[in-house]
Design a protein around this ligand. Structure first.
Ligand SMILES: [Zn+2]
Ligand SMILES: [Zn+2]
Length: 276
């Protein structure tokens, strides 16, 4: 089959490799019909993710059709159309029982910081990903992120939603799609002060970092995090989230960071912030 393989920093190549096969009684083989290229694939592409090995097939968001199943699979049959989540999880370990599926221990027992993820380095289990014709989906069970986060926030709350970005087309789209207010960070001198001014001086109840380690908006963060790799990426959005949220508020980190991003977590304890 054809698969998009990682060949080293800033190099990927469509390569012919053997088709995947059932390795475990609860595996399924999925023929990929549509696959996304995620912002997080750029972290791999730029060499920011530790232990990304030559030959890894990238891609962690895909839909497809089940073409083969292991003898233990009960809830799927050949021919089913499926949407595959980026996390590989077992559904029964200590973490899965607490609905922390992204931390599943069974699918990445060597790691204490992350579970298994398709096409996302051996740090995340070394599973081949979905930018390929076929994918092995272990223990078969059941993207753009900021826009979905904004839409979800609007759907599940009766409050205001403010989206921060710098791409005008995206801001125009999300303003209409998610009924939110928008803020272009290129036009803002101090994000925290700006967001607090917009919210009666207190700050938003919840700040969601939906960007991760390649956030733009700070030349210093980009230099030290992305170019020089002195920290786990550019933590600009995370800094903004921690500094903008109201005291006692929630900071949710959907974006991916590598190693220790030096966000100002020392502020989280005195401010009684909850990090998720
Ligand atoms: Zn992704
Ligand atoms: Zn699990």
């Amino acid at each position: 089959m054809l698969a998009m393989d990682y060949r080293g920093p800033c190099r990927v190549r469509a390569t012919h490799i053997p088709d995947p096969c059932i390795e475990h009684s609860e595996d399924a083989i999925v023929r990929v019909l549509r696959s996304c290229i995620c912002g997080s694939d750029l972290h791999l592409y730029h060499g920011l993710v530790p232990d990304t090995r030559i030959g890894t097939t990238v891609g962690h968001e895909f839909v497809g059709e089940v073409v083969d199943i292991g003898s233990g699979v009960q809830r799927l049959k050949v021919g089913d159309r499926v949407l595959v989540s980026f996390s590989v999880f077992c559904g029964s370990c200590y973490f899965c029982q607490r609905e922390l599926f992204g931390n599943c221990h069974d699918t990445d027992p060597q790691a204490t910081a992350v579970g298994g993820i398709y096409g996302y380095s051996h740090t995340a289990g070394g599973y081949d990903g979905g930018q390929a014709q076929f994918v092995r989906v272990p223990r078969s069970g059941a993207g753009p992120i900021g826009i979905f986060a904004a839409k979800s926030a609007w759907l599940f709350s009766d409050g205001r939603v403010i989206v921060v970005d710098h791409v005008e087309e995206r801001l125009a789209f999300v303003k209409d799609y998610a009924q939110c207010e928008v803020l272009n960070f290129r036009s803002v001198v101090d994000m925290a002060i700006n967001l607090k001014r917009m919210t009666d001086g207190l700050g938003p109840d919840v700040c969601i970092d939906a960007v991760g380690c390649e956030a733009e908006g700070s030349a210093l963060q980009t230099l030290t995090g992305v170019k020089m790799k002195l920290q786990g990426g550019s933590a600009t959005a995370l800094h903004w989230a921690i500094n903008s949220v109201r005291k006692g508020g929630n900071v949710s980190i959907v974006g991916v960071y590598e190693r220790n991003a030096r966000a100002w977590c020392s502020r989280c304890s005195p401010m009684k912030l909850a990090m998720k």
